[in-house]
Write a protein of this length. Sequence first.
Length: 175
Amino acid sequence: MAQVAMGHQRPYRYIGPADMFAAASGEDGGRRIDSAGDLAEWLATLSPAERAEPHTFVVDVAGGLRLAPRRSEHVACAGGRPVLSAGEITFARQDTGWTVTEVSNQSTGYCPEPSSWPVVAAACERAGLLHPGGFTTAFEFRRCSACCQLTIVKDDDFTCAACGGELPTAWNASR
């Protein structure tokens, strides 16, 4: 398993609804996963259906992988704190150990860039988890300069779905 450099280390602060942030602030956050054993213990607490679906994840500012059930908010998984990446992650047990089978940066509360992948890979590797080498689904988030709506860029079309305005080409979700 190759080591991945922690090149992208911009912390993302939560930009979602204030009531969710208030409810999450000060919590411990999701389960920190430092090893395949930690992952196995955490997964054992879930129902079979929950184990099979994607899970909420964040990489905290210390580079640690934190997990919560899918229906958890990313801000709760992070305990209200900034993150280096966030999204959804799915695992499968293989002969060689636990493998990340699917991983995305889908988090409208933090809107991490696809370039945050190296911190996700490094967190997985530190925990002994094999991974696919990149986000299996990557999202580009932009905030419309005209109407302030948060938008997902689809098919390289930088047009705001809400007002038709032109979206910036550089990431600006937190502004």
